[in-house]
Design a protein. Structure first.
Length: 247
């Protein structure tokens, strides 16, 4: 098989794999723009591979697919590399754990990863207060903060070291409302670290600054099948932030 023919089939195969992943994510997680974007990207790759194999792909489609792939890979690399570094000192007064999807009352895998990092952090700094931040969204039977609190308590974190922030509906509000709660505990000021998934650290750091919170970021990993939709969603969110500012 020639290299050109192999490349044609490779695009189709990648498209099918990504489409399958989008279907899995729609079944195990809450529907979001990342899953929609992943579905559209996978269909684009499948159609492109078929048209290219049949010699019906116009030149603009070649350019569009190649440009899309380059942007996605480069953007993903930037977000991943940024989130891989950490400036946590493990002597902070507080930890702000940013909420993520809860399906019914069940913690999603990205949120579980964040909470596992919070547990590991607490073992190194047992004097810190943990603020679990997240309201109740679609497909969620309870506030994210309550589900997070239950997860942490079940793993040995003392309940009196956990503060629940149950009103936020965005990353900005995560920091804004968590900051208000922490200022009640530390009226003379506090030091903090925030925990989110690695791909989200860049935008979360910019958002924290906009909300007036001087917190360092600590990234948590993702399961492999969550990566495509999560990164695509974050790319759109970061692009929106660059264009419209923090919202």
């Amino acid at each position: 098989m020639s290299g050109k023919r192999l490349a044609q089939y490779l695009f189709i195969l990648i498209g099918v794999v990504l489409l399958t992943d989008a279907l899995i994510m729609s079944l195990v997680g809450n529907m979001n723009l990342g899953i929609v974007a992943l579905t559209l990207l996978s269909l684009l790759l499948i159609v492109y591979g078929i048209l290219w194999r049949k010699k019906r792909a116009p030149i603009w489609l070649h350019v569009a697919v190649i440009a899309c792939c380059v942007v996605v890979v480069a953007f993903s690399g930037f977000l991943g590399a940024y989130g891989a570094s950490t400036a946590a000192r493990y002597n902070e007064d507080a930890v702000i754990v940013l909420g993520a999807g809860v399906r019914g009352e069940r913690i999603s895998s990205p949120l579980a990863a964040r909470l596992d990092v919070a547990v590991a952090y607490f073992h190194r700094n047992p004097h810190a207060l943990l603020v679990v931040s997240g309201g109740q969204g679609p497909q969620e039977d309870i506030p994210e903060a309550l589900a997070m609190q239950r997860y942490l308590v079940a793993r040995g974190i003392p309940a009196d070291h956990i503060i629940e922030e149950e009103k936020s509906t965005s990353t900005y509000e995560n920091f804004q409302f968590s900051d208000a709660l922490l200022k009640q505990r530390f009226p003379e000021g506090y030091s903090a670290v925030f925990i989110t998934n690695s791909y989200h650290v860049y935008r979360a750091e910019k958002t924290a600054r906009a909300a007036g919170v001087a917190a360092r970021g600590l990234g948590a990993p993702l399961l492999w099948y969550v990566v495509p939709s999560a990164y695509l969603r974050e790319m759109m969110a970061v692009t929106s932030m660059w264009v419209f500012g923090v919202r």
